[in-house]
Design a binder for this molecule. Structure first.
Ligand code: ATP
Length: 240
């Protein structure tokens, strides 16, 4: 079943078209990696889906409903949650308080503060600590936990690895395994191609605001994704 349907989406900053006539569908239960160089338009697309930025043209349907005109909290209430690049926690609030904020959408489901702590055990001893005092990995876990507290049907993760050590990235992804296994639909931006290929079932490559590759992960490979990432044509590849 199609969960998200994007049609002819155009997103601008002034005259600059950051996302150009982009169309795609994501089905229930898919784990999709969005891959692309800096400036390709990934964050712009994700923020627009979540309602943090307004599209210039085109439509986004979620569970059959047109989201145009709906604000971020209204999209969250419908089950679409974004873990933004840079985490954006409330610095002066504790871990638990940040998590509880995620529940204010009032969506029914299994996620509780305790379940977040089971998923991210490193947060347990930090539950009363202010977000500003957390390590990068603890902040990221809190940001993901906050999104999960909304019991999302569709979880959007923007560069969860950014600024974390390889060890901590492993921890975060290990915690995500259970979420992946639970059937939550996920769209994630991940710069580490090996990890993206291991985690996702489908690869979407963006270049200059457009999707240039859309394949099941099992039907593509590192070479093809890298070529799409750099925008190389078939003849350029031959000379590479
Ligand atoms: P990164 O990996 O660097 O985050 P990205 O693929 O997420 O890259 P975006 O951040 O979506 O790319 O940026 C897409 C384009 O839009 C870039 O050319 C960027 O310079 C431009 N852009 C992003 N935010 C703004 C803004 N607030 N004002 C003007 N231009 C912007």
């Amino acid at each position: 079943m199609t969960l998200l349907r994007i049609e002819n989406l155009d997103i601008r900053y002034g005259q600059f078209r950051a996302v150009r006539d982009l169309s795609l569908e994501i089905g229930q239960g898919e784990v999709v990696a969005l891959i692309g160089a800096n400036g390709a338009g990934k964050t712009t697309l994700l923020r627009t889906l979540a309602g943090a930025h307004r599209a210039e043209a085109g439509t986004v349907h979620f569970k059959g409903e047109n989201l145009t005109g709906l604000r971020a909290h209204e999209r969250l209430a419908r089950g679409l949650a974004l873990v933004p690049e840079g985490r954006r926690l409330f610095a002066e609030m504790t871990v638990t308080e940040n998590l509880l904020l995620g529940a204010t959408s009032g969506r029914p489901g299994d996620w509780t503060v305790e379940r977040v702590f089971q998923t991210f055990p490193n947060l347990v001893k930090r539950r009363h600590a202010r977000a500003s005092g957390l390590s990068g990995g603890e902040q990221q876990a809190t940001a993901i936990g906050r999104a999960l507290m909304a019991n999302p049907d569709f979880l959007i993760l923007d560069e969860v690895s950014l600024g974390l050590s390889p060890l901590v990235i492993d921890q975060v992804y290990r915690s995500l395994d259970g979420i992946l296994a639970s059937g939550t639909t996920i769209l994630l931006v991940e710069q580490d191609l090996s990890r993206a290929m291991r985690t996702a079932s489908r690869a979407l490559c963006m270049l200059e605001g457009r999707i240039v590759l859309d394949r099941p992960m099992a039907a593509t490979n590192r070479d093809e994704i890298t070529q799409a990432y750099f925008g190389l044509t078939r003849s350029q590849r031959g000379h590479a």
